[in-house]
Design a protein around this ligand. Structure first.
Ligand SMILES: Cc1ncc(COP(=O)(O)O)c(C=O)c1O
Length: 386
């Protein structure tokens, strides 16, 4: 066999890892702060090491400000936002219990599916993707259904709509129900106001408003939710996502439950420190300013927003695709020519909206203007003129 025909060692058959540097203007993952990348490279310690236990404790403390709570129990689930969703459903929706779901987008469908798999009796209040619920509608639905649990999506990523939660929570509590709120696309970017709203169980992710890589799901539980958990006699059907066990490992005994992803906790701690240094209120205001500027810019291009003004998510914009324009071609052009990632719509909104995020480090006036310039170029190249 000649030297040329020698099989190569496996490592040489693959190029070195050189991911392209994209501008992540989509619905997530969002851009990661250089300090967070730095944290990921720090030496790992064991998951029961006192140093790591302190990191977990710091993360829980820092998350309370982002969630807007003083007396909730904070946990971080090892898994993406869907793991938080599944933990919420598996622990708070007992088999046979009735759960009332506000169903106006893709992620309320996922909640529905998870609740069905837990053996729950699911009732849904259906609305078109992009619509929200008035206080009266929310109250009437809950009074009529008398559920044990109510679930809604605070920031619906598939539509760009933000659902106010106060009336939902008040009506649910009047009916003796707990409220689960999906805060995957709100935490860190727009106020969750956990205590003020009256949420009982909120879950989120790391890769959107917190500007961290995907991999963890922060969760917050009210004292009422913790009482429910303690009183629950049947074990959760999920062992890995059993919140009693995870709570014990992460805040009480620190006895082994699973091997926590150490580096991701470092990253989340650093991301939360970056947020704390800016100040969470300042961060929300920065995102709001960029959102207003972005909307002004797209309207000046003759484009329309999909969601009415008062119900938009400041960090995630859904822009209607103009008549006759192929949105996939616009997105491809942005990626190929400008290294910009945005997303399209799916389900009933397939081909009808662009989903454009302005999150974390990208939420600056310069970046809004940069994006609008590239977006206009791509739209024009695909035949759009205004
Ligand atoms: C509102 C909402 N809920 C849940 C999820 C699921 O999160 P993940 O993809 O991190 O599992 C997402 C993901 O985008 C989301 O936007």
């Amino acid at each position: 066999m000649s030297a040329i025909e020698q099989p190569q060692p496996a490592a040489l058959q693959f190029p070195a890892l050189e991911p392209p540097r994209r501008y992540l203007f989509g619905p997530g993952p969002s851009m990661v702060h250089p300090r967070v990348y730095g944290a990921l490279a720090k030496p790992i310690v064991g998951h029961l090491d006192p140093y790591f236990i302190q990191v977990m404790t710091d993360v829980q403390q820092l998350l309370k400000t982002a969630f807007g709570t003083n007396d909730g129990a904070t946990l971080v689930i090892s898994g993406t936002g869907s793991a938080g969703m599944e933990a919420a459903v598996a622990n708070f929706v007992e088999p046979g219990a009735k759960i009332a779901v506000f169903a106006n987008g893709y992620f309320s469908d996922r909640l529905t599916e998870m609740a069905k798999r837990q053996g729950a009796n699911v009732v849904r209040f259906e609305k078109a993707w992009g619509e929200t619920y008035t206080e009266d509608e929310a109250r009437e639905f809950i009074r009529r259904e008398k559920p044990k649990v109510v679930a809604y999506v605070h920031a619906e990523t598939s539509t760009g709509a933000l659902q106010a939660g106060q009336a939902i929570c008040a009506a649910a509590h009047d009916a003796g129900a707990l409220v689960i709120a999906d805060c995957v696309t709100s935490l860190g970017g727009v106020p969750v106001a956990f205590d003020q709203t009256g949420i009982d169980v909120a879950y989120s992710c790391t890769q959107k408003g917190l500007s961290c890589p995907p991999g963890l799901s922060p969760m917050e539980m009210s004292p009422r939710a913790m009482d429910f958990l303690r009183a629950r006699t049947s074990p959760s059907r999920s062992w890995y996502l059993d919140l009693k066990l995870i709570h014990d490992y992460s805040t009480v005994s620190h006895r082994y439950h699973h091997t926590a992803p150490i580096s991701m906790f470092y990253a989340l701690r650093e991301a939360l420190l970056v947020i704390a240094e800016e100040g969470i209120e300042n961060r929300w205001e920065r995102h709001r300013r960029c959102h207003r500027s972005f909307v002004k810019g797209v309207e000046a291009l003759g484009l329309r927003m999909h969601v009415p003004e008062d119900h938009r998510i400041a960090i995630l914009n859904t822009v209607c695709v103009p008549e006759g324009i192929d949105e996939a071609k616009v997105r491809k052009r942005l990626l190929d020519e400008s290294d910009i990632e945005i997303a399209g719509g799916f389900g009933p909104l397939a081909g009808k909206v662009f989903r454009i995020g302005m999150m974390g480090p990208l939420a600056t006036e310069d970046n809004v203007q940069f994006f609008l310039k590239e977006f206009k170029k791509a739209l024009n190249a695909e035949g759009y003129s205004n």
